[in-house]
Design a protein around this ligand. Sequence first.
Ligand code: SAH
Ligand code: SF4
Ligand code: F3S
Length: 448
Amino acid sequence: MTEPKRLHVITWGCQMNVYDSGRMADVLAPVGYTPVPEPDGADMVILNTCHIRDKAAEKVFSELGRLRRLKEATGNRMILAVAGCVAQAEGQEILTRAPYVDIVLGPQTYHRLPEMVARATRAGGKVIETDFPPEDKFDHLPEASAPQGVTAFLTIQEGCDKFCSFCVVPYTRGAEQSRPAAAILREARHLLSQGAREITLLGQNVNAWHGEAPDGSTWGLGRLLRELAGIGTLLRLRYATSHPRDMDDDLIAAHGEIPGLMPFLHLPVQSGSDRILAAMNRKHTAETYRRVIDRLRDARPDIAFSSDFIVGHPGETEADFEATMALVRDVNFAQAFSFKYSPRPGTPAAGAGQQVPEADKDRRLQALQALLREQQARFSANCVGLDMPVLFTGTGRHPGQIVGRSPFLQPVHVSAGADLIGTESMVRIVAAHPNSLAGTLLQERRTA
Ligand code: SAH
Ligand code: SF4
Ligand code: F3S
């Protein structure tokens, strides 16, 4: 028996980091680590970092300053690890600036954590693991031990070969890689046995997935979704994040054929200007994007869309920005994320001329966000009076209330017993709030 130890993981960044944090806890479980909700007094703290925007590295060093004091309070017994995309990008720099850190590990090496911990516990041992190792980390991970709950993430694809002008991901996550279908189906079945009812397939470019099929052929994402839809008690499927270029015919058709594939798709477009899309190296036009949206709506008429936008990419003029606003008006999004362009060290756009002044970026972001907020509010308001299936995920804030997810990822609050958690029921939507809906239970469709 190994002595029980306390592990606290802090997660920043995207859904893939949330998944990775869970898997790091799984890897450390066999050597005695149990997750705890607070870092105070923990035997090990992992800071899982994101490098996508702004002063990512500065934020990491300021958080490390706080963790240093907690480490000292344990008589320096606490092992401090920095993981994720800042760890990958900064490597040695982290140990130079924060010598009290014990382990720096990139996103592709966390299956080696037990061995890294062993090395770090030897007097003064420092560990840096930021290579892209030849072995596949997924072949060396234990089965997920900590249940993720009613809704779960499953990474099927990692890395990116697209090299958009502004983006660090191809550098921090490495080349595109698809996991084999058999491994994905196995992990999905395991998640179901742990109580999951909705699975979100994850990848930096999840729809670029092309994995080895059990018969040795190669499947695309549409085929994989069909297989997953047929297993056990799985009710709902989603996938994120997609690239417009990889929405192939079969995947679009799958949206019309699989009822459990939720009618809500996050499809980042970044800009509505062809000039800027070209400068961004997105390799598609605004028109191709509109066309993909139309075809998805033909396949699944109730589908709603979410997107990502960047304002102020180098070279963006007022006319380019207006083209983005026009695209937003045409598509009509249910939800969206929008960001000011943030130069990332080592990316082509960071060194480009024609950087856009901060004041222009601010103004454009405000205008875009006002339009997107209006569309989101209208989408929610249009849900009032509709009956929709809600998958209940937990208890609400008020006694006697539970909360679930609509097909469009909106939180829905309902007065009902906690015994419905983990099941899907029809709900009539009675009110729309800025970030959630309220409904009344129509019928219990027991699905557990
Ligand atoms: N793989 C996904 C998204 C990856 S990053 C895709 O291809 O769409 C998530 C979002 O962060 C991006 O869609 C983009 O809108 C934003 N982003 C990435 N780099 C950025 C930068 N340098 N400045 C501002 N926003 C950025
Ligand atoms: Fe970044 Fe572009 Fe790759 Fe998305 S497709 S991860 S934005 S480089
Ligand atoms: Fe951030 Fe890395 Fe995800 S940079 S968005 S944590 S892939």
